[in-house]
Design a protein around this ligand. Structure first.
Ligand code: ARG
Length: 458
């Protein structure tokens, strides 16, 4: 395709290091679509004859049908998807194929194809995340009243509701979806027609090709258009942050599924057994979601470092842009699917959760708050008094509300029998009814709003 100025062909090593077809064949649909938009425009502008334009367009459809049926042939001599497709087109329709590359370069071609691919990827991730959010919201609604310990420093802090805990992930995923939506909106400009780097002398119509490919407009600077990979980095940044959220959720499920916690039974279908210990049920899917987050962050790092310090416009380093994006997308899509299954089909052991909340002095803050509210004790002093009560209960190995009124009176005479109503975990969560708080009434509101936002039945 470019041999004219060369006396010798490339060495085997050059062929191998140069070939991107093993991975960029994933762009074949986008490549065909962009070529069809380009040649239709060339025909409409009279840059190629109507007959040639039609022959090329029909030929591209035949190539696409072959790829669909048999896959893309991996010919290293032809380097990449653009040349493999053009060369097959030439075999099918003859000399007219040579007119397809008029007024374009592989530089604007690959930038266009890759933007189209990332646009689809954003859409797929958004669909997946909406599904995961639906699973979360459904389970949160079922567990708006289920009580569990809330943790800080992984120490029992205050009782919360499981629904509230799950809805925290709904919020993270909501922000993730907005990041992918931003990435998608920003990438939607067409590089096609920027040619190698400087634009072209042919009377092309960039608005027409942009429109045909669903872009909002053509890119405004041809140098930027062929050298920019922000859209891929935007995708990877959103993917890394999303993967990090999934990893935190995975970690919690792993912890909760452990015997000492016993808060959850993960679905058999997403767990594995041990080849030596018959009693084991391992949370492998969750562990792999946690592990994949590391690889996805690695993909972001890889492309960030590849792009750093590249001069304008195109450099071949940029051929390495695709593997990290393809890899990250595959891992993320799988992680979302696995997490959706785990949330939808896990059994939450609400009795164990409640017990853990009751045993962990989770309502100590409620005792302090009660002293402030009912006995007008300054909070710092109330904190101190409560500490003494916890110490006493701990020394007896009992819960706070198992202390007697006399015990309490001895610690501080201002405490009376009404305190017991404040010390139950149910009273504790019901009291935290501030906006965004853990009270069942607030959780039900959050769930209802989320269901509306997701287009679910009320
Ligand atoms: N396979 C190349 C890539 O993915 C296509 C662009 C080649 N451009 C060039 N000037 N050699 O980046």
């Amino acid at each position: 395709m470019w041999g004219g100025r060369f006396a010798e062909g490339p060495s085997a090593i050059m062929r191998e290091i140069n070939a991107s077809i093993p991975f960029d064949k994933a762009l074949w649909r986008q490549d065909i679509a962009a070529s069809k938009a380009h040649v239709a425009m060339l025909g409409a502008q009279g840059i190629v004859s109507a007959g040639d334009a039609r022959a090329i367009s029909e030929g591209l459809d035949r190539v696409a049908a072959e790829y669909e049926a048999d896959g893309v042939p991996e010919d290293w001599d032809l380097e990449d998807i653009h040349m493999v497709t053009e060369s097959r087109l030439a075999e099918l329709i003859g000399a007219a194929a040579g007119r397809l590359h008029t007024a374009r370069s592989r530089n604007d071609q690959v930038a266009t194809d890759f933007r189209l691919w990332v646009r689809d990827a954003c859409h797929q991730v958004d669909t997946g995340l909406a599904g995961l959010q639906r699973a979360i919201v459904t389970r949160a609604g079922e567990h708006a009243d289920s009580i569990m310990p809330g943790f800080t420093h992984l120490q029992t802090a205050q009782p919360v509701t499981l629904g509230h805990h799950l809805m925290a992930y709904y919020e993270m995923l909501r922000r993730d979806r907005s990041r992918f939506a931003d990435a998608r909106a920003r990438l939607n400009e067409s590089p096609l027609g920027s040619a190698a780097l400087a634009g072209t002398g042919f009377p092309i119509d960039r608005d027409a090709t942009a429109r045909a490919l669903g872009f909002d407009r053509p890119t405004a600077n041809s140098l930027d258009a062929v050298s920019d990979r922000d859209f891929a980095l935007d995708y990877l940044q959103a993917a890394a942050q999303c993967a990090l959220h999934l990893s935190r959720l995975a970690e919690e499920l792993i912890l909760w599924a452990s015997q000492p916690f016993g808060f959850v039974r993960l679905p058999d279908a997403l767990s594995t057994g041990s080849s030596i210990m018959p009693q084991k049920k391992n949370p492998d899917a969750a562990e792999l979601v946690r592990g994949h987050a590391g690889r996805i962050v690695g993909c972001l790092t890889a492309l960030t470092v590849t792009m750093k310090g590249l001069p304008l416009a195109y450099s071949k380093d940029m051929q390495d842009d695709k593997p990290p994006v393809f890899e990250a997308h595959g891992l993320l899509a799988l992680s979302i699917a696995a997490m959706t299954g785990m949330i939808a089909d896990s059994t939450f052991r609400t009795e164990r959760m409640r017990q853990a909340a009751e045993l962990g002095y989770a309502t100590a803050t409620d005792l302090a708050d009660w002293l402030v509210r009912e006995a007008d004790v300054p909070f710092r002093e109330a904190h101190h008094i409560t500490g003494a009560a916890v110490r006493l209960a701990e020394s007896r190995g009992c819960a706070l509300d198992a202390l007697s009124l006399d015990d309490f009176k001895q610690i501080d005479s201002r405490i009376d029998e009404r305190v017991f109503a404040a010390l139950s975990v149910d009273a504790s969560v019901a009291a935290r009814a501030s906006y965004g708080g853990t009270a069942p009434v607030r959780v039900r509101e959050q769930v209802a709003a989320a269901r509306t936002a997701l287009g679910m039945e009320p």
